[in-house]
Design a protein around this ligand. Structure first.
Ligand code: SF4
Length: 368
């Protein structure tokens, strides 16, 4: 089976008689998750048809609809969701897609995870903590495995570096750790660029440390930066850094996407005009596989809320309409795009009575 617990989409996970093998703790919890929700309207349990009718009611009266999420849905659902958004002029909001945009625009150099495993000798974890978000990244690709050009193991062949606001779990295995001050990411980048040009940087950061980091990055045969959702630096600064790094070295960037299929929706929305309705102005917010209230206080939402999700979430407890759906790669088949852009088929591994979010979106699309 393919695990959809994160954007690594591990294809070597197995499930026998309820036992999950070779998945990490996030994947195991994801595959075994049974915190399923009931269809609800106005926080009362109803049947599926009534929940879908409730959603149609809200959508058909909406003047400023916003769709949020899409990163935890199969590609087929995303496609139908976009068609529905176009039909009712809804804005689609996904998050943390800036670096993917730059990759799609060929503004930064990227590579695949297999390239990282086979060639990478300098690996930078920039404001990300894969040990807690993409737990098998280090063992399958980024640090521990032997690869075509990295046959001597991590002790000799690879240098891992963390650049982050805090000392993360991932930092604990890194040879170099650099702390960034909140809001001063761009200053750190400027100082590093000076260091790459052998100039002593004018900065509040430790100059010796910056010069040491610049020296390590310059020596890379094949460097990769894993850019986390915390990498809030203006995109122009990231592009500038990548350009400068590639003047003196060979560096690639890969986005650590939070949803298992965020890369797919980012590609589908690339270059598409959006109605640009602000979340605060929305009179209807449709959350697709996304727990909006986990990151936004409820008083920031002024419209009616529809939640389509396999599981119980904070948002599903506040929503006006809740529609449960099957989970991609568990009780729903489809396809997805891994964080490095590789397409992956997601077989279904168990039967259930839940219907897919693709089918729900299709019903909404046909009825609107
Ligand atoms: S690393 Fe991600 S895809 Fe792989 S088993 Fe863990 S949660 Fe699943």
């Amino acid at each position: 089976m393919v695990c959809t617990g994160c954007a690594l989409l591990c294809e070597d996970v197995e499930k026998y008689d309820g036992e999950v093998r070779d998945a990490c703790r996030i994947g195991t919890a994801h595959i075994r998750n049974r915190q399923q929700i009931n269809p609800m309207v106005d926080r009362k349990v109803v049947d599926m048809d009534s929940a879908i009718k409730g959603a149609l009611d809200i959508l058909s009266h909406a003047k400023r609809p916003v769709f949020v999420g899409f990163g935890n849905s199969i590609t087929e659902t995303q496609q139908t969701g976009i068609r529905l958004a176009e039909k009712i002029d809804a804005s689609i909001k996904t998050f943390h897609t800036g670096i993917i945009e730059n990759i799609l625009n060929n503004r930064v150099k990227t590579c695949t995870l297999s390239d990282v495993r086979d060639y990478a000798d300098v690996i930078v974890f920039w404001e990300c903590d894969p040990m807690n978000t993409h737990p098998r990244l280090l063992s399958k690709y980024a640090y521990y495995p032997r690869g075509e050009k990295r046959q001597h193991g991590w002790e000799e062949d690879r240098i891992a570096i963390t650049i982050d606001l805090r000392y993360s779990h991932t930092a604990s295995i890194c040879r170099e750790v650099h702390k960034i001050h909140p809001g001063l990411d761009a200053d750190f980048i400027d100082a590093l660029i000076d260091g790459l040009h052998n100039k002593v940087p004018k900065t509040t950061y430790d100059k010796k440390q910056i010069l040491k980091l610049a020296g390590t990055l310059k020596k890379a045969e094949f460097g990769v930066i894993f850019a986390g959702t915390g990498m809030t630096t203006p995109q122009d600064a990231i592009i500038r850094l990548m350009d400068e790094l590639n003047e003196v070295s060979n560096f690639h960037i890969l986005p650590m996407t939070p949803g298992y299929n965020l890369r797919s929706i980012a590609a589908q929305l690339h270059g598409r005009a959006d109605s640009g309705i602000d979340m605060h102005e929305a009179d209807c917010v449709l959350c697709l596989g996304f727990d909006l209230l986990n990151s936004l206080p409820v008083h920031e939402i002024n419209g009616k809320m529809i939640v389509i999700d396999p599981n119980d979430t904070i948002s599903s407890r506040y929503a006006d309409v809740v529609i449960p759906c099957a989970a991609g790669g568990v009780d729903c088949a489809g396809s997805a795009v891994r964080m490095d852009g590789v397409e992956v088929d997601l077989p279904r591994i168990m039967e259930s009575e839940r219907i897919s979010d693709a089918s729900i979106m299709n019903q909404l699309l046909e009825a609107m």
